[in-house]
Design a binder for this molecule. Sequence first.
Ligand code: SAM
Length: 283
Amino acid sequence: MLAYQHAYHAGNFADVHKHLTLFALTQHLLRKESPITYVDTHAGRGLYPLGAPETRKLQEYRQGVAPLWLARERLQRGSALLDAWLAALGEAQQSSSELSHYPGSPWWLARALRAQDHLQMFELHPGEHAELERQQLPGNASHTFGDGLAGLLKRLPVSTPRLCVLIDPSYERKSEYLEVADALLETARKARHAMVMVWYPLLPAARHQEMLDALRAAGLRKLWRSELVRHAPGASRHGMYGSGLLLLNPPWGLDAALGEALDTALPLLGESARHRGEWWVEE
Ligand code: SAM
């Protein structure tokens, strides 16, 4: 039984980190004409109204996307990536001035679709899947009610020359970290040039380390990680203190563009917020 619902966390600092990076990836991929298959293994919803009761309960967006949105004019020219991301975020709003919605990964990916591309999404929570279906994303996008990692592996190799995968589980089960590692290894085996982005939480229990270690031990190469630490791990015993991203086959230049965007954004995401980007396993 799945309990996690992303609406409670929509637009928080981890979403900013993840979707800014996802946006940078799609911008890079769109430089070439050749078709792309995108797979979103744990899709959630397309759009999250910030006024929904679930989102209003914790209001995590107030320490995430909201300060960036409010400062968007002042931030301009600090980072081309951040400017472009904030402009794209504006497309999800009902008016140009008010931040009323935060878009989830299906929206960010559907926005990047061209006629030659395809997006395949998976969602296992019946309510979240129904919502994804109801919201109807534009472009060549399809969704399946089912397990995302199994669905991804079943579809490999894809028919397009390029593949970009987002793996963004809720990690409700401890075993998910190693399941993600296995799925990433299998994806790399079946689609050698796939660009894959895995999100993981930084929690005091540090279970993400098992996943990182397993991938290194298995000999997978070209793995880059980006970690946004919001406060010291000990500051809260249970809470998520940071957001991590692991990228297989990251595009050249992503580290510099993301570093510049996050340097501009960090002062608004928390007094002690820090970012580090580095190879976990080099080429
Ligand atoms: N990717 C979304 C975004 O960036 O906006 C957020 C996804 S949220 C962190 C994780 C989602 O995965 C939840 O909606 C949850 O219901 C769904 N989920 C959990 N287990 C799953 C599984 N085995 N396969 C597919 N979806 C799953």
